[in-house]
Design a protein around this ligand. Structure first.
Ligand code: FES
Length: 177
């Protein structure tokens, strides 16, 4: 089965249920609105989506397609054509640290610096053992609980350099057993 038919098979044009409760979709929706739902803005919108989610997972692509009234195959085609878009995290686990203003002010930089110092992983990188992909985003729409970090798709607030490192060390331990 080619990738296009796989997308058609897996998805209707309905908005995926995953969008409910995930504030990042609200942020994405605001961006789509700002571009007035213009199909020509697809690349800019995918950029924002990748910034928010770290990579373009299937549900995100379908969400964009649904909102721009484009066939999923077209959105998928653009996302796979440009190398700057990534359709999957390369690590087993994904940690997205928000570096938007509120999170920055409340310690996002210290979170990243601690990860760099303690486990030698920089934003945008995947660890050598491919266990962890560390990404950043600019405002996840959860400023009230800043600093916010997304661990494998779950947004947690009020994070500290230590709490993030502990969680990631837990992942690393699980991966080595
Ligand atoms: S700045 Fe981090 S959630 Fe808004």
């Amino acid at each position: 089965m080619n990738s296009e038919s796989a997308v058609k098979r897996n998805n209707t044009t309905k908005t995926p249920s995953l969008t409910r409760g995930d504030k990042r979709f609200k942020m994405l929706e605001a961006t789509i609105k700002r571009y007035q739902y213009q199909q020509d803005a697809l690349i800019e919108i995918l950029h924002k989506a990748q910034e928010l989610f770290g990579y373009l997972e299937n549900d995100v692509l379908i969400y964009v397609a649904h909102n721009l009234k484009l066939p999923p195959s077209r959105v998928y085609g653009v996302a796979t054509f440009y190398h700057l878009f990534s359709l999957a995290p390369s690590g087993v686990h994904t940690c997205v640290v928000c570096t938007g203003t509120a999170c920055y002010v409340k310690g996002a930089e210290a979170i990243l610096a601690n990860l760099e110092k303690s486990i030698h992983i920089h934003a945008g990188e995947t660890s050598a053992d491919r266990q962890i992909s560390l990404l950043t985003a600019r405002c996840l729409g959860a400023c009230g609980i800043a600093p916010a970090v997304v661990f494998d798709g779950t947004v947690l607030g009020n994070q500290t350099a230590e709490s993030v490192l502990d969680r990631i060390k837990g992942w690393l331990q699980d991966g080595s057993t």
